[in-house]
Unconditional design. Structure first.
Length: 118
């Protein structure tokens, strides 16, 4: 299957669902299209000339990214007045955990993490 797709600001020649052979910037003006209608007849020979690259070497499977750290006690804990029943724990490494209960949905936990720096 050969077809020319235009998405966003790039045109992509799709040879199959998994392989893209050609990508180039394009505009919405047909005169600026990277492949002219007459060039479409030459596309099968271009596809036949493609030499696949070697697959990268396999790597051993990683079972665990990091060792589980030992539990630590917070250095400070207090209620948070912004939400009813909210509580904050602060740890020695600067980590802050805020818990705010809600009865909007049972058995549901919404979690957000943020890292300010490197």
């Amino acid at each position: 299957m050969l077809r020319l797709m235009s998405r966003s600001r790039h045109a992509v020649l799709v040879v199959s669902l998994a392989v893209a052979l050609f990508a180039a910037p394009c505009s919405s003006d047909a005169a600026d299209a990277p492949v002219e209608p007459d060039d479409a007849e030459q596309l099968p020979s271009v596809v036949d000339a493609v030499v696949p690259a070697e697959s990268p070497p396999s790597e051993a499977r990683i079972e665990t990214l990091l060792a589980t750290p030992d539990p630590v006690a917070p250095i400070r804990e207090h209620t948070v007045s912004l939400f009813e029943g909210a509580y904050e724990w602060v740890f020695a490494n600067g980590t802050r955990v805020v818990f705010a209960p809600s009865d909007l949905e049972s058995n549901y936990v919404d979690m957000t993490a943020q890292s300010l720096g490197g």
